[in-house]
Design a protein around this ligand. Structure first.
Ligand SMILES: Nc1ncnc2c1ncn2[C@@H]1O[C@H](COP(=O)(O)OP(=O)(O)O)[C@@H](O)[C@H]1O
Ligand SMILES: [Mg+2]
Length: 262
């Protein structure tokens, strides 16, 4: 399905997204405070930081749910002004939320096609949606029966299906907000490895992902780069190999402690 249409031209080295001095206020409070960074193709970014650091707000800016109060966003070389999540989605940015939006009482194939249902005349074309979901999930290596209710899936499988749904629309940037927070260690690894495989193999490095976590150790192993936020600011932007997870954790603790002293 959509995966067939991916432009496999190597885009590595070109910026996929540039955030230039972004700000987002809730009232007077700067939840995102002067944040700038760049993402290239084929990257898996671990975005970490304490609760309230501004990670989810930053993702919402990239996904068109909020408009930045100041600053600019560039996507695939063009300045973008997303007015809604729909705009971001059309451009190729998909977000998967923490408390994901799968409907438990609906079968998987209906969840996959939610709000983009295939129709035959005035009726839902269930047969086609079922067949295409099955083919699509299989192409991504997800072994679930599309007829099963989403509510019957394990937490990890739910995440995989939610991510697969985001991939239906050929996203170039996939945003994952705390995808592992409610999972067992085994399931969390399964989900992270899935993201890595999708970016590197299915998309052949022509897409990137940002994975939010409040725990550096959860994302370190699969990330190509780590961004750390603290109180709305981006305080660290390093390649994985340049700093170990323990060192990074110590750095984060140090920042928090210094703040408590001042
Ligand atoms: N809709 C909102 N209205 C007001 N304040 C908010 C809203 N969403 C988040 N905040 C505040 O903005 C800050 C950053 O929140 P958030 O982006 O959710 O952080 P994180 O995802 O890193 O935990 C927090 O202090 C939070 O309380
Ligand atoms: Mg959050």
């Amino acid at each position: 399905m959509t995966v067939d249409y991916i432009n496999n031209e190597k885009q590595k080295g070109k910026p996929l997204l540039v955030a230039d001095h972004l700000y987002k206020y809730y009232g007077d409070f700067p939840a995102v405070n002067d944040v700038s960074f760049r993402i290239d193709y084929g990257e898996i970014i671990g975005l970490v930081g304490d609760n309230g650091a501004g990670k989810s707000t930053l993702l919402k800016l990239l996904a068109g749910y909020h408009k930045p109060d100041k600053g600019s966003l560039y996507f695939k070389g063009e300045k973008v002004n997303f007015k809604s999540p729909y705009d971001a989605r059309i451009s190729g940015i998909e977000i998967v939320y923490q408390d994901l939006a799968l409907i438990s009482t609906m079968p998987i194939y209906r969840n996959i096609y939610l709000s983009f249902e295939k129709k035959k005349g005035i009726f839902l074309d269930k047969k086609r949606m079922k067949q295409e979901s099955e083919k699509f999930l299989k192409s991504l290596g997800i072994k679930v029966d599309p007829d099963k209710l989403a509510g019957e899936l394990s937490g990890g499988q739910r995440q995989l299906v939610a991510i697969a749904r985001a991939l239906m629309f050929n996203a170039s940037l996939i945003l994952l907000d705390e995808p592992t927070s409610a999972l067992s260690v085994y399931e969390a690894n399964e989900v992270l490895n899935f993201v890595k495989r999708v970016i590197n193999e299915t998309y052949k490095d022509n897409a990137s992902a940002i994975i939010v976590s409040h725990n550096i150790y959860h994302v370190y192993s699969i990330a190509t780069r780590i961004l750390v936020m603290d109180q709305g600011k981006l305080v660290l932007d390093v390649k994985r190999g340049d700093m170990g997870p323990t060192e990074m954790e110590e750095y984060i603790v140090k920042i928090t402690r210094e703040r408590a002293v001042h």
